[in-house]
Design a protein around this ligand. Structure first.
Ligand code: NAD
Ligand code: AHE
Ligand code: ZN
Length: 369
């Protein structure tokens, strides 16, 4: 079949809207009509050539929601008409990682996914006879996409696509980092670095968990108002702090935070986040994705004296199990999504979404097909 898609033909070049050929689902796969997709900073990072796994040409996008239109042989967990969210972190429930109960990082198809291919080692997308890579196993910047059955979460049919697509990455990543990875408790002190599409969800996760003090740190002054809407109790703009930012934050939090979160992808900020943790027990969680070649560093003494450095992907969420629950939390009013969708675009306008993100003018842009 044919599908309209925004294709990344080369790094650092705007996406091009073209009609692609799409092969139907093979055994264990499903064809999904994507109804809406968010634009996450990770898409921009890959398009900018900063991802060591980045492949071109490819169909980017990993934050979508849609409807199953066709299923391949042997598919049992979804049927045509089901509403689903594609999962860049699948959940096979059979691999060593899934069975460990210790991680959400299913390994069943990670190797082929990282090569931009379906589990059988081939791609379903092509353009003028040339293969086009998949991206993060999702490729939601195409109106239709093919996904492994283990990489779709079935969700309720009354959830709007325009907002629930955000659960496919940003909401789950931010809220999940707090409740699944950090396991923040009532009364804890939290610092969130970077109040964009992910950081605001960390804030609302911290509010949900009952954190007493929730500090937001961002170099964009507009983010102060945004942070307050989602539970932030104190705002710090590093550009207006006299002297050392870490010392300022440690003083503000009476010795450092119980939990800090990096939502910037900047390795210098990651260090600040670790060092703003409380001596003896504070834990810093890295969410941000850093450019290829970047490394983190700190004095080992920071860890010797009891600070912990951790990371999280997709908020530690097990996709098929947890994503439907997070959609329920949204539909029941436990968490908010609507105000964070600042821009709704057509597929033809998708490059504007990247511009708005880079200019710091959007929280989330969503493309509606
Ligand atoms: P975004 O562009 O919406 O937000 C980034 C925010 O960080 C902005 O508000 C920006 O002003 C702020 N910022 C930039 N430099 C800063 C600095 N030096 N100090 C303080 N604040 C600073 O991006 P996003 O969509 O929220 O994504 C954030 C990061 O999370 C990206 O690196 C993205 O790739 C990553 N990410 C990781 C996962 C995961 O599973 N680990 C999932 C989604 C996104
Ligand atoms: N490919 C990059 C790393 C990118 C990365 O860390 N991706 C996150 C999700 S970001 C979503 O916006 C992730 O899930 N990582 C776990 C995994 O298995 O990819 C690189 O550095 O090579
Ligand atoms: Zn993302």
């Amino acid at each position: 079949m044919k599908t309209r898609a925004a294709v990344a033909f080369e790094a650092k070049r705007p996406l091009e809207i073209v009609e692609l050929d799409l092969e139907g689902p093979k055994a264990g796969e499903v064809l999904v009509e994507i109804m809406a997709t968010g634009i996450c900073h990770t898409d921009a990072y890959t398009l900018d050539g900063l991802d060591s796994e980045g492949l071109f040409p490819s169909v980017l996008g990993h934050e979508g929601a849609g409807i199953v239109r066709e299923v391949g042989a042997g598919v049992t967990s979804v049927v045509p008409g089901d509403h689903v969210i594609p999962l860049y972190t699948p959940e096979c429930r059979q691999c060593k990682s899934c069975l460990s109960g210790k991680t959400n990082l299913c390994t069943a198809i990670r190797a082929t996914q990282g090569k931009g291919l379906m589990p059988d080692g081939t791609t379903r997308f092509s353009y003028k006879g040339q293969p086009i890579h998949h991206y993060m196993g999702c490729s939601t910047f195409s109106n239709f996409t093919v996904l492994p059955e283990i990489a779709v979460a079935k969700i309720r049919t009354d959830a709007p696509f325009k907002t629930s697509c955000y659960v496919g990455c940003g909401v789950t990543t931010g809220v999940g980092a707090v409740v699944n990875t950090a396991k923040v408790e009532v009364g804890d002190t939290v610092i969130v670095f970077g109040l964009g599409g992910i950081g605001l969800n960390v804030l609302q996760g911290a509010r949900l968990a009952g954190a007493a003090m929730i500090v937001g740190v961002d170099i964009n002054p507009d983010r102060e108002e945004w942070g307050k809407r989602f539970g932030m109790t104190h705002f710090v703009n590093p550009k207006t702090v006299d002297g050392d930012l870490v010392a300022h934050l440690v003083a503000l939090t009476d010795g450092g935070a119980d939990y800090t979160f990096d939502c910037t992808g900047n390795t210098d900020v990651m260090r600040q986040a670790l060092e703003a943790c409380h001596r003896g027990w504070g834990t810093s969680i890295i969410i941000g994705v850093a450019e290829a070649g970047k490394e983190i560093s700190t004095r080992p003494f920071q860890l010797v004296t009891g600070r912990n450095w951790r990371g999280t992907a997709f908020g530690g969420a097990k996709g098929r199990t947890d994503v439907p629950k997070i959609v329920d939390w949204y539909m029941n009013g436990k968490i908010e999504i609507d105000p964070m969708i600042t821009h709704v675009l057509s597929l033809d306008e998708i490059n504007k979404g990247f511009d708005l993100m880079h200019a710091g003018e959007s929280i989330r842009s969503v493309v509606v097909y």
